[in-house]
Design a protein around this ligand. Structure first.
Ligand code: 3H9
Length: 703
């Protein structure tokens, strides 16, 4: 947990808790004991604190927060004070990262050396807490207040060079960090440690503090903790305030939800099929040396941009030279924008673009390892392309579809290699959105699954493996949410009222604003293919015996496609406009439509709006688990966090259902809405949710 060795007069304390040296109880105890041991050993004149393996330390052990176990003494604060009170100088030798409690340990040391490639951060804000093991009180004693506020409220890592400029560390090391730290320690052995104790230093920039805090936007209690450092008469008083602030956060559901999200995200690479028989451990991915993308629309271009930015050569196939030229120049623009934003050097941009090749000829795809079809959502067209790819590509090549909801098995059925056919559902814009929903068809081989999951990692995506059903997991759950939003319009609400409730809940945009952004014609085209469209003047409000709201169809037929046409559910002033204004024409259309359908409009409460949109979506999520489409609760939650902007501080729809609402309550409301709306299929409770709701708890083994 922490190993004690000696190099002449220097005691070396090596933190040892792979992979990230999280400061769990045994580590804390071992550091404290070893500091005492070094102080008692007359042959020791200085101490170097360093980390084993990849990092110095990623901070407190978040698993301990979750379990509530092993939180007893020595707590991190005690360890830090033991270090600081050491009569022999302690030098922290930082490599990899010193994050959270790791940085707090370093700030408890008398000197801080940092490897040139290492980073420091206070990322506590990302898990809903603050640097409460003296960090919020120490940081503004070594750096300026504005930097302290920025670090504590954004959680963003700071490079070694910046950390030196900001006064957080004393020296950047370009050679071997440990041997340099040992030499350094020897040079400070006879220097007094008193002046090096950070807790005794004055807070920097007290005089400008009100200007900094007034301008500070960011998680409130992180800012308050820094204010406590400024306004307290002593370090000890500041610490007391820090402790009371973190207590409030610890007991908020939000910090637990954020910690759940942290671990859920890290569970995704450890993917498995339902029941776990095929998983990341028992499969080996194929090597992907070269890829191809069919179709250079928004999706295809974004996907190709992802490949080249990850160093994978890609061939993009279009139907004619004009489209191809347009697509290639679009991709060049994506790369160039990264240069303009300072994310990429001109040289790297050139390297990326050299990996891109446009072609009209399928024969050029003979040797690629994976093809991603990204043409529009038409099964006949997709089948035609899959047949052609099957005839052209080498037998080992994977044929993937970027469909957002069509049947992968149908595409596989026209090939001679159904085991190599898989869904890779990117989200728009593909080069920006983090989520990749990979879909296993009934024939998809474990090797193919492993390969697309590995591909997601290479493309730096959050990849989730799901089963094949109409619209898969994300869009399937989106269906009831969007349908409920439109039913609410018929019954009395207006788009901005529904959106306001959803945005108050935490979505960046409500359902109607999202529709306008994505283009209302996208869903319309899909419905049209299924013969689902209702035209104005027609009074057809049922599909396959279930309720159907046609207002979205009317909108598209009036040319209100969304932001791109300047008008959709809202008015944007001009095509491409971004500022939504409620539009009287839409209100009139909605009111007339409800009248024709025989609804007596009423005021609908925010509570009802929220329940109907969210609970219907959650119910569908349970159905995907029950039907073995989703393997695990965490997969669903991460799909919603990364693909649909579900508010992270509630963990995701499944976590929210269980921990913020309660499944018994949700089940009861599903029954209530089902009784009121027998013509709405999505209110039929999922059996899984029903059984757990009845039990009043959620102890499903897979969850
Ligand atoms: C804190 O310090 C509070 C104090 O201020 C005061 C309290 C009073 N704990 O991310 P990776 C695991 S709060 C437990 O895949 P990477 C992680 O789950 C803490 N486990 O690697 C994974 O496990 P598994 C503030 C942790 O190279 C494995 O390590 N610190 C912790 O992509 C590898 O992680 C943070 O919030 C932890 N603290 O990224 C830092 N950290 O193998 C959080 C990691 O079972 N950590 N694990 O899936 C990170 O940001 C990233 O892990 C890091 C490495 C950038 C360090």
């Amino acid at each position: 947990m922490a190993v004690f060795t000696k190099n002449g007069s220097v005691a070396l304390i090596r933190i040892q808790n792979p992979p990230m040296n999280a400061l769990k109880h045994a580590v804390r105890a071992a550091i404290t004991d070893n500091i005492k041991k070094a102080n008692e050993d007359p042959s020791v004149r200085s101490i170097v604190l360093h980390g084993d393996g990849r990092v110095f330390s990623a901070g407190a052990d978040i698993k301990e927060f979750q379990s509530g176990k092993n939180l007893g003494e020595p707590g991190l604060i005690k360890v830090i004070h033991t270090i600081e009170n050491s009569s022999k100088p302690v030098v922290a030798a930082i490599h990899g990262v010193a994050f959270g409690g790791g940085l707090e340990l370093a700030l408890g040391s008398h000197y801080r050396l940092i490897d040139s490639k290492a980073r420091v951060a206070f990322p506590e804000v990302n898990i809903g807490i603050l640097p409460a093991a003296t960090g919020s009180q120490r940081l503004p004693r070594v750096t300026d207040l504005a930097s302290a506020v920025e670090m504590c409220t954004t959680g963003m890592p700071v490079s070694a060079k910046k950390a030196l400029e900001k006064g957080i560390v004393d020296k950047v090391i370009y050679g071997d960090i440990l041997s340099e730290a040992i030499s350094f320690a020897k040079t400070v052995e006879s220097k007094p440690v008193g002046p090096r104790r950070v807790s005794t230093l004055k807070v920097k920039g007290k005089e400008i503090s009100s200007a900094v805090f007034d301008g500070a936007i960011g998680p409130l209690l992180n800012v308050k903790a820094l204010e406590a450092a400024v306004n307290s008469d002593s370090y000890e008083e500041g610490l007391e305030k820090e402790a009371s602030l973190v207590q409030a956060l610890f007991f908020s559901g939000q910090s637990r939800a954020l910690q759940y999200a942290f671990f859920s995200e890290r569970k995704l690479p450890k993917w498995e099929t339902p029941g776990g028989s095929v998983n990341y451990k028992n499969t080996t991915p194929m090597a992907l040396k070269e890829a191809a993308v069919i179709g250079g629309g928004t999706m295809g271009s974004g996907i190709a941009a992802c490949f080249i930015s990850s160093g994978i050569p890609v061939k993009l196939v279009e139907v004619n030279q004009e489209y191809l030229d347009k697509t290639l120049s679009g991709i060049r623009k994506i790369v160039q924008r990264n240069v303009e934003k300072g994310r990429l050097s001109q040289e790297k941009a050139g390297q990326q673009l050299s990996l891109l090749r446009g072609t009209l000829d399928y024969n050029e795809l003979r040797n690629v390892d994976i093809v991603i079809e990204a043409v529009f959502e038409n099964m006949d067209l997709k089948k035609k392309i899959f047949r052609r790819l099957d005839q052209t590509c080498k037998p080992s090549a994977i044929l993937a579809s970027n469909t957002s909801g069509l049947d992968i098995d149908q595409m596989a059925s026209v090939t001679s290699r159904p085991e190599k056919v898989v869904g890779t559902h990117f989200f728009s814009p593909a080069h920006v959105m983090k989520l990749l929903e990979n879909i296993r068809g009934k024939w998809t081989s474990p090797e193919t699954m492993a390969t697309v999951m590995e591909l997601g990692k290479k493309l730096q995506k959050i990849s989730v493996l799901v089963g094949n059903c109409p619209h898969f997991v994300g869009n399937r759950m989106l269906g009831p949410y969007v349908r409920e939003a439109s039913y609410l319009l018929e019954e009395g609400a207006l788009p901005h009222e529904v959106d306001q409730v959803l945005e108050d809940f935490g979505f960046a945009m409500g359902a109607f604003k999202v529709g306008d952004l994505a283009g209302n014609d996208v869903g319309y085209k899909g419905r049209k293919d299924f013969g689902f469209i209702t035209r104005e003047g027609q009074e057809d409000r049922f599909r396959q015996g279930y309720r159907y709201c046609p207002i979205a169809d009317f909108l598209v037929e009036r040319g209100r496609l969304g932001q791109k046409s300047g008008k959709g559910w809202y008015n944007y002033g001009k095509p491409g406009g971004r500022v939504p204004q409620p539009d009287p024409e839409v209100e009139k259309l909605i009111i007339e439509s409800s009248e024709k359908a025989g609804f007596k409009r009423r005021r609908i409460s925010p509570q009802e709006i929220l329940e109907r949109c969210l609970y219907s979506l959650i119910n569908e999520g349970f159905k995907t688990l029950e039907e073995n489409i989703a393997s695990r609760q965490e997969d669903i939650d991460m799909i919603w966090l990364y693909g649909y902007g579900w508010p992270r501080h509630t963990g995701g729809p499944m976590y929210y259902a269980k921990n913020f609402v309660g499944l018994d309550k949700i089940y009861e409301r599903l029954l209530y809405y089902q009784a009121l709306n027998p013509d709405v299929k999505h209110w039929e409770p999922s059996n899984l949710l029903a059984s757990e709701g009845l039990k009043g708890r959620m102890s499903i083994s897979r969850l």
